[in-house]
Ligand binder design. Structure first.
Ligand code: ZN
Length: 389
């Protein structure tokens, strides 16, 4: 039932607060139960109100953007978002949320916002985290998609620094306790939020949570533990994939933190246009010229397929523009059996030049049909003249 708040208000995800308020006023007027006679106006009005409430609150909006609609609502139901902001003092304003140590995804996100609570920042800061997903694009020819192909491509991505193995400092650097957080890895402050007073704990910016500082930083990665590297990868392109679809290579994204798994690499597939075929789903369309006599008497003509040619029987009396289906000569069904069809649209070609014999034959043809054609000025002249105008 519930819809994305941005959709409800009809604003883009980067809409300003003013835009959101403006959209709200418009929608609220439209759906106000006293005004609207739509049967579900009241429900819609509530949704609009709710959407505005969340999206005009910086904190909630940020959370909404990170969690997504469904998870935001779930979290809210569990009292995580709007509900009692009590729990001061014990550090975690959202009691009841994933009480266990390594629990729910919410805990993770909530701890980003609100410090994630009293129980053991020390373990939390070293918790393994999955690396980010990365995105790249691979362009393919129709022929490659027809067969399926192993495609090589290069991608520039963050990788763990090989000089320091991701530590950010030489192995023999001197260690001392971080003076900023006294080795806690976190700094704590108390802050007023719309949900009440919240004790906020952040990862220490100086030591980035390690609680330690080092006499030297790694000269390769300058202490990040991460370098940008170009990698050459290959991906199996399944036959029949379509333009705009996405493939996922697990573990080929950014490196995880604290021993967490790597993110994934998402590959957006682009399929280049083909000069002979247009594609619609798994079907292909091709325009094929045939001569006037063949259209009249019928003929077997050779038409191209993606990987060769096939024969098409054109019946006698075919009109220009008629379409014929060649079964099974379209694109392969993705991860299935068989292929789509090839549709051939026949175009009857009017000759632009004729030899003497053809000219006489055509004249005789016209006369036999009772048509009066004037070819005296010279067929070729006529063609030339008609091209001038
Ligand atoms: Zn390094």
């Amino acid at each position: 039932m519930s819809e994305d708040f941005y959709d409800v208000l009809g604003v883009s995800r980067d809409a300003t607060e003013d835009e959101i308020k403006q959209a709200y006023r418009k929608k609220a007027t439209e759906y106000h139960p006293d005004v609207s006679d739509e049967p579900d106006a009241e429900e819609k009005f509530k949704q609009v109100k709710k959407a505005k409430e969340v999206l005009t609150d910086d904190e909630k909006r940020q959370m909404y953007d990170q969690l997504g609609h469904e998870r935001f609502e779930q979290a809210e139901k569990r009292g995580g978002v709007g509900g009692g902001a009590g729990g001061r003092g014990q550090g975690n304003p959202f009691g009841g949320m994933g009480g266990g140590g390594q629990g729910s995804p919410f805990e993770d996100i909530f701890s980003q916002f609100f410090g994630g609570g009293g129980q053991g920042g020390r373990q939390q800061r070293n918790r393994p985290r999955q690396g980010q997903n990365l995105r790249t694009q691979v362009a393919l020819d129709l022929e490659e998609v027809y067969e399926g192909v192993e495609k090589q491509f290069t991608v520039t991505r963050p990788e763990q620094c090989t000089t320091c193995n991701g530590r950010g400092h030489p192995a023999d650097a001197d260690v001392s306790t971080c003076p900023e957080c006294n080795g806690q890895g976190q700094t704590t402050s108390v802050r007023d939020t719309p949900l009440g007073r919240v004790q906020q704990t952040r990862t220490c910016p100086r030591c980035e949570g390690t609680g330690e500082t080092y006499s030297e930083t790694c000269s390769t990665c300058r202490g990040d533990g991460i370098t940008r590297e170009e990698a050459t990868l290959s991906v199996d392109i399944p036959a029949g994939i379509r333009d705009g679809q996405t493939l996922r290579m697990e573990g080929e994204g950014a490196p995880g933190e604290n021993g967490g798994p790597n993110g994934d690499l998402l590959i957006d597939v682009a399929v280049r246009d083909h000069e002979a075929f247009e594609r619609d789903g798994d079907d292909l369309y091709h325009r094929h010229p045939i001569s006037f006599p063949k259209a009249v008497f019928g003929a077997t003509v050779e038409v191209p397929t993606v990987d060769g040619t096939t024969e098409l029987d054109v019946p006698a009396g075919t009109q220009s523009g008629e379409e014929f289906r060649v079964r099974g000569e379209g694109m392969p069904h993705l991860r299935g059996r068989g292929r789509g069809d090839l549709y051939v649209q026949v175009q009857v070609v009017t000759p632009e030049s004729l030899n003497e014999e053809q000219k006489e034959a055509l004249e005789a043809f016209a006369e036999a049909g009772g048509e009066d054609v004037d070819v005296s000025e010279g067929f070729f002249e006529k063609i030339k003249n008609s091209h001038l105008f």
